[in-house]
Design a protein around this ligand. Structure first.
Ligand code: ADP
Ligand code: MG
Length: 246
């Protein structure tokens, strides 16, 4: 079994002192795996990612990255240590060029190094390379999401947190993004992903964690959930289907 890179141990967090969203949440994500976080709307999936990335301070419990406690560290520090976050929705500077958006992602790198890193990212995303001088707001939704992921990869993160990357994308583009995330994971990156497009995402994931009311309700290999009609019905709200049905 791959080692746990990210660990939540009895984490309690919320947006105000009176409102607890993560309720003694315990979970982990392992090296070189895609861990898929699923569950009903409002279960706290995005809150897990935000708390992990230092956008929300846990009230209790411990968050560990490669065994070290990271509670209370700000996002820029976590980014420098190797955790990247691609939030839900559109997070680009629309009026700036694709290249400029990439450069901003690597603003902390020495200039000479940045150039090489951008070339490295562009090799991974040929479509972005073709659009490099375009204004970011004018490229397609799929290209924008690829650009966001590319920007996050500039710092060569060891952990990628990604929240609902498939929103608004065609099935074909979703497969492309998932394939790219799978490649990243196979190269050793630890991916923790929230996705509503559960059946498709499960096919690319190693494990699925089901979150309900801020607690871990299920932790299973992704293939097991896809194949087990009971789990499928309980957690995906439908009947078992062949994986090809997506
Ligand atoms: N910025 C915020 N301020 C206050 N409450 C929030 C905020 N963001 C989310 N919440 C609440 O926290 C709960 C969990 O939200 P979230 O983690 O976004 O759920 P999920 O991603 O699983 O749909 C929801 O009840 C939501 O309304
Ligand atoms: Mg969410």
């Amino acid at each position: 079994m791959s080692p746990s890179i990210i660990e939540f141990e009895n984490v309690v967090a919320g947006y105000s002192p009176s409102l607890t969203i993560l309720n003694e949440t315990t979970l982990d994500a392992r090296r070189g795996e895609i861990t898929l976080l699923i569950g009903p709307n409002g279960a706290g999936k995005s809150t897990v990612l935000k708390t992990l990335f230092g956008l929300l301070l846990p009230r209790l419990g411990e968050i560990r990255f490669e065994g070290q406690r990271i509670n209370g560290k700000p996002p820029r520090e976590l980014l420098a240590e190797g955790i990247a976050f691609v939030p839900q929705g559109r997070n680009l500077f629309g009026s700036l060029s694709v290249r400029h958006n990439l450069e901003l992602g690597g603003i902390t790198l020495p200039r000479a190094e940045l150039r090489g890193r951008i070339d490295e990212v562009l090799q991974r995303f040929p479509r972005i390379n073709e659009r490099i001088d375009n204004q970011a707001s004018t490229i397609s939704g799929g290209e924008q999401k690829q650009l966001e992921i590319g920007r996050a990869l500039l710092l060569r993160p060891r952990v990628l947190l990604i929240d609902e990357p498939s929103i608004g994308l065609s099935p074909k583009l979703v497969e492309q993004i998932m394939t790219m995330l799978r490649t990243l994971a196979d190269e050793g990156t630890t991916v923790l992903m929230v996705e509503q497009n559960v059946r498709t995402a499960l096919r690319y994931s190693n494990r699925a964690l089901v979150l309900e009311m801020g607690r871990l309700a299920l932790d299973r290999p992704a293939s097991e959930i896809l194949q087990d009609p009971d789990l499928n019905r309980l957690f995906l709200g439908g009947h078992a289907r062949t994986s090809a049905a997506g």
